[in-house]
Design a protein around this ligand. Structure first.
Ligand SMILES: O=C(O)CCC(=O)C(=O)O
Ligand SMILES: [Fe+2]
Length: 365
């Protein structure tokens, strides 16, 4: 068992109130709300994150320098990336896809998902080529793709239109005291040693009905209850979120159980850097680390845990350093009903009507 194995799953930039992989850091919010009891306690949790380890050695590929192990002030070996994110044991199933040679069908996608959360409406809503069925009402239809077979990593082209991407960015940019909570990411989270330098906004469900309607459509999840509060993230040039797992650390599991799916939508094109990279997965056509390049309106869908809630460590990933500004919105689907921690009084049911209205306007049934 590698050193620090016990904390390898805590790689969340755990933000206030247990929002896991979203933010981490100081909450920037209206003074009015910061005075309430709840916000105060959130802020103190955030402080824990801020005062966590000063400097990580995780960018050091190994623990030796000219054969000498690096030691901390107690004479103990300094943890390396491999200690905290151990390599996959030999024999781990990893099946890539060569999209330049293979014609991936919806049946392939369904097969790849068989141990994961059930996307129950796939065949109803997408044809065998993975193209969205029905009348797209002048919009380009969504198209499913498979970037990796085991563990499954999917793409959804045309998830959002350009206008929808702009609308979401405006939710963050126009945020005021009634809007989403902005979290200035901490440099290092307390236990995880993951480095996150971006800024996150925890959204009210009611602010992003199109995201929820489309997520429900693609994932075939009947209600909004399992959905974690969506988070908009902005990476300025040079910002990143280093290696981490999206899975929920043990103490937080009582809220909705494990995260079974990550849905991440890219809100702009990023010419340089800013890819979502999976350390242990390969792009079947190049043999390189699997990297999803941010593309305006495209979504990435992967599964931090199997359908039974067992974490899938093969999904270790990072948001690489952005060479240009990068915007995403992401959300997670839990095993069970989940109660949002931020912003205050954020309930799925308050978005129900507007989500239904958007779904109807998009022709979803
Ligand atoms: O920005 C990205 O590409 C990845 C972000 C991510 O993995 C996360 O926020 O959990
Ligand atoms: Fe992540």
């Amino acid at each position: 068992m590698p050193l620090f194995h016990g904390i390898q799953r805590t790689a969340f930039a755990a933000p206030a109130g247990g929002g896991f992989g979203g933010g981490g850091g100081s909450v920037k919010k209206s003074k009015k709300k910061a005075k309430t009891k709840k916000s105060k306690s959130l802020l103190s949790e955030v402080e824990v994150v801020k005062t966590s380890p000063k400097k990580s050695n995780l960018d050091t590929p190994d623990n030796t320098q000219a054969g000498e192990p690096k030691l901390d002030k107690w004479g103990l070996p300094v943890p390396t990336t491999d200690d905290i994110f151990p390599p996959m044991p030999p024999g781990t199933e990893l099946i890539s896809v060569d999209n330049t040679k293979e014609e991936v069908t919806l049946s392939d996608i369904s097969n790849a998902l068989k141990n994961h959360i059930e996307l129950s409406k796939l065949t109803e809503r997408f044809d065998e080529q993975g193209v969205e069925k029905g009348d797209p009402k002048g919009r380009p239809p969504m198209k499913l793709g498979l970037l990796h077979r085991s563990p499954p990593v999917l793409t959804v082209e045309n998830f959002f239109t350009k206008e929808e991407c702009e609308q979401v960015q405006n939710v963050a940019l126009a945020s005021d005291e009634n809007g989403p909570v902005q979290v200035q990411s901490a440099t290092f989270s307390a236990l995880a040693q993951s480095k996150r330098t971006s800024t996150s906004w925890f959204c009210y469900y009611s602010q992003v009905p199109t995201l929820l309607a489309k997520a429900r459509h693609v994932l075939g999840i009947p209600t909004l209850e399992q959905m974690e509060e969506p988070q908009i993230v902005r990476y300025k040039v040079g910002e990143e979120f280093s290696w981490h797992y999206d899975e929920v650390p043990g103490p937080q599991l009582k809220n909705g159980g494990q995260r079974l799916a990550t849905l991440l939508v890219y809100l702009n094109d990023v010419a340089q850097g800013g890819g979502t990279v999976f350390r242990d997965l390969q792009d079947g056509s190049t043999g390189e680390m699997l990297t999803m390049r941010p593309k305006l309106g495209s979504a990435l869908l992967f599964f931090p845990a199997f359908g039974d809630g067992t974490p899938d460590d093969r999904t270790l990933h990072k948001g690489e350093v952005a060479g240009d500004e990068k915007w995403i919105i992401q959300m997670w689907i839990h095993e069970r009903g989940y109660v949002a921690s931020l912003p205050e009084s954020n309930y799925q049911e308050s978005a129900q009507q507007s989500v239904n209205d958007v779904a109807a306007s998009l022709g979803y049934r």
